[in-house]
Design a protein around this ligand. Structure first.
Ligand SMILES: [Zn+2]
Length: 272
């Protein structure tokens, strides 16, 4: 059986009173997969009765800090608790990010290593930079990535990519937009999915960011009506909103004008 638990639904840097950073738990026949690891993810796992040692695999949609800030805590606590190896899978840059976390862990390892033997954390945390396509496959689930348009306005010298992910299990298909603007590739990825977990950025979300960031927010995220169009075009059975602060009645109406399926305003710890 496949279940999805929204651990954190707050997009953007900073703290939110009612939402933790972006992270979602996907459980497929007892295998526990984390999609993104925003700030507060360790505490959110505790809220659903899990510890840092209970995660089997991590996927990162992209490497913005609102999707990765919880990763150092998760990895260092896992190491300190003497739990087993863990693999991170994400776009180019994931291995470099892992190396940064390992550098952060060195001080703790030096101190706690006095208390008892610790393995070298570099041997515990494998990181795989992957290109779009099928990025993981096992007996329970196939995971497919496409490159989306979250970096459409940016010309990177290094090969940064932002991905949307699809999980196909025997009983359910679940798609995560990650962060994206409008994207034909995401529409195709989401085609016929049972659940679409979609980012959304509202006018209220845009109003509170500094003016230089507003163009990015408008062009490289999804407005409520764009979420509705994506869900309708892809023909998904249900869209679950994440990465927003509040969905006003007008925001929900804007989605429903485009899409007649189930619209679920996501909140932390919502289990689907
Ligand atoms: Zn984000």
């Amino acid at each position: 059986m496949t279940t999805v638990t929204l651990l954190g639904t707050a997009g953007g840097p900073g703290g939110h009173r009612d939402r933790a950073g972006i992270a979602t738990l996907v459980e497929v026949d007892g295998m526990r997969i984390l999609v993104d690891a925003g700030v507060g993810v360790v505490r959110q796992l505790a809220h659903v009765g899990l510890t840092v040692g209970d995660i089997d695999l991590i996927f990162l949609t992209h490497l913005h800090d609102d999707h990765t800030a919880g990763l150092p805590a998760l990895l260092t606590f896992r190491h300190t608790m003497r739990r087993g190896p863990l693999t991170l899978i994400g776009p180019p840059g994931t291995a470099a990010l892992r190396d940064g976390v390992l550098a952060y862990m060195r001080t703790n390892t030096a101190i706690r290593g006095q208390e008892g033997r610790m393995v070298d954390p570099a041997t515990l945390f494998e990181a795989r930079d992957v290109e779009p396509g099928i990025i993981h496959s096992d007996a329970g689930v196939i995971v497919t990535a496409v490159e989306n348009s979250h970096y459409a306005l940016t010309e990177f010298e290094s090969p940064q990519k932002s991905y949307s992910l699809r999980f196909d299990a025997a009983d359910r298909s679940v798609v995560f937009t990650g962060d994206t603007g409008e994207s034909r590739a995401v529409e195709q990825l989401a085609h016929g999915a049972d659940v679409l977990v979609s980012e959304m950025v509202t006018d209220a979300d845009i109003a509170v960011v500094p003016p230089p960031v507003q163009a990015h927010m408008r062009a490289e995220h999804l407005s409520p009506s764009q979420v509705g169009r994506l869900a309708a075009t892809a023909g998904v059975a249900m869209v679950v909103l994440s990465h927003y602060t509040e969905a006003s009645d007008d925001d929900l109406k804007a989605i429903r004008r485009e899409y007649s399926g189930d619209v679920v305003p996501g909140h932390d710890l919502l289990r689907l």
